[in-house]
Each structure stands twice: as C-alpha cells, then as structure tokens.
Design a protein around this ligand. Structure first.
Ligand SMILES: C[S@@+](CC[C@H](N)C(=O)[O-])C[C@H]1O[C@@H](n2cnc3c(N)ncnc32)[C@H](O)[C@@H]1O
Length: 524
C-alpha cells in the first residue's frame, strides 16, 4: 500500500517549490504533486517519501536539488507551430516589419523563448525566420531558448522528434526541414538547429536581463503556456523583468489565455490580425493604475495619442509620471550645480533600472555634453556617465555605441576593473574572443579577486579546449566564492548570487565537451 503523506508536509513542500521554481500547486492538484514527488523520491534514492520531503525541507536546497525537482515537477506539453494563428499573425505583422525595417541596414534579430520545453517552439520560430529571410547567412540572428528543466533542454538540443510533435504542422514544413531517421524519428535540419541556443534559466530565481546570460536587448520574447503555473505576484515580477529585457518597441508574446495579466502591466496590447501581442512602449508605462483594462490598439498602429490620449493623462496624474521627453525635462541652459547633475544622473539610473534605455541614454548624453571638462569635483564623474551610457546602449542592442562609450570610460579612468569587464562582455558579443580575453586579463590585473573574470576566463579556456587552464580559473573562482555568503549578489553580475555561480561552475566545469561561453549559462 502507498504511504500517505501528511498534509502539513505537503503544504510546506508546495510552498518550497513555489519559492524556488515558481510552480503553484493548489490543493486540487495535489494528487499530481504526490505522484511526481514519489517519482522524484525514487530518483533522489529515497524509498521513504516522508523522509525525502523532510530532507528537502530541513536545509536550503542546492542547485542540484532544484534541477532534479524541476525535472520531475514541470510539464513540457508542446508541439511545432502551436497556436497556429499566432504564428500567422507574427509573420504578417511584427516579424515582417522588423525584417523590412532592418534589411540592408542593421541585419540582426534577437529573440528569446522563455520556457521552451523540448524545443518545438524555438525551432518553429527559426523555421519561420528562415522562410522570411532569403539571405539569412548575412543576418545576425539570435534565438535564445531557455527552460528550467534540463532533461527537456537535452532533448531539445538533440533535435529529434516523434510524429506527435507535429500535430497540425503543414506537410511542406516537415518535408523541407526534417529528415526521417531509421528509428522513425524526425531530425531537424542542421541549418535550423544551429540557429537556436539552448540554455538553462529559472524564471523565478535567475537574473535577467543580463548581458552575462544574453537575456538583454531582445526584440521579441516568447513566454507561452508558462505563466499558467505561476501566481499573480510572480507573473508581475517576471513581466517587469521581461520589459527590461526588451529593446524599446520590443514585443512580448504570450499564449491567448495568458494575456490578461499583461494588460494590467506596462505593456501595450496590440491586436495584430486577430491575435494580441504586447508592445514595450515608453508611454505604455502609463497603464491604467486601477487595473481597468485598456482597449487594444489595432495593428497597423494608429498614433498612440488618438487611441489613448485620455487614459494616459489620467494615469499620469495618478502615478505622477511625467510624459515630458528627456530634452524637455533637461534645462535649456547649462545648470552646472552638482545637485542638478546628480538628480539627472539618478533619473537616468532610474530609467535604466526600469528598462527605459532610450530615455536613459537621452538623459545621459545631454548630461554628458552639459558637463564642462574641468569638472573634477563633481559628485557624478564623467566616466560614471560614460559607463552607464555603455550599459544602456548594450541593453538597447546598440553594441558599437556601447563599445565606444565603454572605451571612453576606460580612457577617462583606467583603474576601474568593472569597465574592462563590461568591455569584455561587449567584445564577446561582437565575437572578438581574443579582445574579450585580453580585457578580462586587465580586470584581474586591477582586481585579482574579481570572481566573474576568473569564471569567464575559465569558460573561454574550456571553449578552446585548454582544460588545465580552465580548471585553474574555475578553482580560483570557487576559492574566491568561499568569501561570499550564498545569497550575496556578485558585483557586476546583474543579480547572480554567489551560491548560484558556485553551482553553475560545479556543474559545467565537469562537462568539458560542452561549448561554453562568457555567459553565465553555457549553452548545451
Ligand atoms: C507547457 S510548457 C510550454 C512550452 C512552450 N512554451 C509552448 O508554449 O509550447 C511549460 C514550460 O515552462 C517551463 N517552466 C516551468 N517553470 C519554469 C521556471 N521557473 N523557469 C523556467 N521555465 C519554467 C517548464 O519546464 C516547461 O518546459
């Protein structure tokens, strides 16, 4: 007979997984939870389920515990071209417009699929992009696909599927992009496979946006059929982080049933050919503060004011949000008191933290040009402005501008290790690996205790198959991490804790064959 689990224990366990994985199991779904706990107990090597739960509840969970639990408790239901109408609307509206606008100028696209399960969704997006862009080799396309369940990610990176994954997928797509194997599976074509990078990321706990895990400057974020497992507070938190991960005018795509939450957040709902997508707009921050739903804008969009004028004014009044553009806010003549400089710098910082990168760069550029060269005693140094400008540009996806301002900051103050570290991440983004390594060495020259630089050098050495060198760097990083409490957020990490980095290094330093990068979450 199966052992009965005490209710009080289940209560505490369901709180724990909500805290660590974000997953909410209401009482009416406890029978599922119990089934999964039994399987997990087995995997963890426990015959007695109660003892297993007691052990999980008695000490902080390790990253390994979280991973194993995620492998058992998450649901990976997915298939190619799921929500077909959404894909059709995307093709006609957002993707078409983005590609047209960037063709011949800035040929790049950055897409993040958060909660990608076994890969059908990101590969569908890659197929759609392949269909839309003829000279795809001349484009810089990033499709980052993340999930908390590492078993799903392994399966995704194999790219082998059974017929069930193709419910409703047009035949021509299967014929063009898949090859039937002798095990009766469908292998995705190598050219589509290489367009997608799979990486583990826990939406509840991990840091984003971050240049470190490549979750910044996204044009579109897909997060479909994931929110259904989370509570409202977590959804709001995630939505806010997604907002910051997007470039201005970037888009969030959720599943049709999940749209309501986005309407009471900072996003602007836009009806594109019958489907609703959510746009990051500066003015969209003036969402209705008392949670009244704002009507959708219809695509192609009319001028925002036509549709929203009144709602925005009311929202602005209630929220005390200023609609003035940066240059209206800024003084007409130079106001060179420290206080004003500081206020503007703080304003830029606030805009940066809210994900309003364009607003932040506008303010910083004005501020920078209004500061006389000889202002040595200012509370805000010129190089601090340049550094924030570089970070802001990087989050806007303007990598060349980011590098220019980062170099300017370094020229102004050559002794700041974090400036060189930022330069390394930007150079890596530009695929200049030698430059990135040289910059990381400069970081360590200035501050031998800079953990993330050791970690990053370890990753590069591993990528270049210099395994002794990489172990040495990882050991250094682990040794330095001993000086931190697990919950300490590491400097320059944009939110990554010491405990998390320790686990990441432990896991990935063992798998020498995986291509790893400067990013905190190496790809599979
Ligand atoms: C139902 S699948 C959705 C797959 C795909 N997006 C789709 O719409 O077809 C939900 C996915 O969310 C992932 N997930 C659940 N909790 C997560 C978390 N805290 N962080 C990241 N992914 C999570 C699960 O592992 C699972 O793969």
């Amino acid at each position: 007979m199966k052992q009965k689990i005490p209710e009080q224990l289940l209560n505490r366990f369901s709180d724990l997984i909500s805290e660590k994985l974000g997953l909410c199991y209401a009482k009416d779904r406890w029978h599922h939870l119990i089934r999964h706990i039994r399987l997990a107990a087995n995997d963890f090597g426990y015959g007695d389920v109660e003892m297993f739960l007691q052990r999980l509840l008695s000490a902080p969970l390790t990253q390994n515990d979280v991973s194993l639990l995620a492998n058992h408790l998450t649901v990976g239901e997915t298939y190619f071209f799921r929500h077909k109408n959404s894909f059709e609307a995307l093709e006609k509206s957002i993707l078409n417009d983005l590609i047209t606008a960037r063709k011949g100028k800035d040929q790049r696209l950055r897409i993040w699929v958060a909660g990608c399960a076994t890969g059908e969704e990101p590969y569908s997006i890659a197929i759609l992009i392949d269909k839309l862009i003829r000279d795809i080799r001349d484009w810089d396309i990033t499709i980052l696909a993340t999930d908390i369940n590492q078993n799903f990610l392994k399966k995704a990176s194999e790219g082998l599927y059974r017929k069930w994954s193709f419910r409703g997928t047009p035949k021509w797509i299967i014929n063009k992009y898949f090859k039937l194997t002798h095990e009766n599976k469908y292998a995705i074509s190598p050219q589509i496979k290489e367009m997608v990078v799979f990486s583990p990321l826990n939406l509840k706990e991990d840091a984003y946006p971050s240049i470190l895990n490549n979750t910044n400057a996204m044009d579109i974020i897909f997060c479909r059929n994931v929110f259904i497992y989370f509570n409202d507070a977590l959804i709001r938190e995630i939505l806010h982080k997604f907002y910051r991960s997007l470039v201005e005018n970037g888009w969030l795509v959720v599943s049709p049933v999940e749209g309501l939450q986005c309407r009471i957040h900072e996003f602007l709902p836009v009806n594109c050919f019958g489907e609703t997508f959510y746009k990051k707009e500066i003015a969209a921050k003036c969402y209705d503060p008392v949670n009244r739903y704002v009507d959708e804008v219809v695509y192609p969009m009319r001028k925002r004011e036509d549709v929203y004028g009144q709602v925005f004014d009311e929202a602005a009044r209630l929220q005390n949000v200023s609609h003035k553009k940066a240059d209206e806010v800024l003084p007409e003549r130079k106001q060179d008191t420290d206080e004003k400089t500081l206020t503007l710098y703080e304003k830029a910082l606030k805009a940066f933290e809210r994900g309003l990168y364009k607003e932040a760069t506008d303010i910083l550029l004005k501020l920078y040009s209004s500061m006389p060269d000889d202002r040595k005693e200012s509370q805000v140094k010129r190089d601090a402005i340049m550094y924030l400008l570089a970070k802001s540009y990087a989050n806007e996806g303007k990598i060349e501008d980011a590098l220019e301002w980062c170099n300017n900051a370094i020229k102004t103050d050559k002794l700041q290790p974090n400036y060189y570290y930022l330069r390394a991440t930007i150079l890596h983004e530009q695929k200049n690996i030698d430059g990135a390594i040289a910059s990381l060495k400069q970081v360590l020259y200035l501050d031998p205790n800079f953990v993330l630089a050791h970690y990053a050098l370890g990753n590069f050495a591993q990528e270049q198959q210099k395994l002794n060198e990489s172990s040495k760097h990882y050991e250094n990083a682990l040794m330095l991490l001993k000086n931190h409490k697990p919950e300490d957020v590491l400097p320059e990490s944009e939110g990554i804790t010491a405990g998390r980095l320790k686990e990441i290094i432990r896991i990935y330093s063992k798998c020498n064959t995986h291509p790893v990068s400067l990013r905190c979450h190496p790809s599979f």
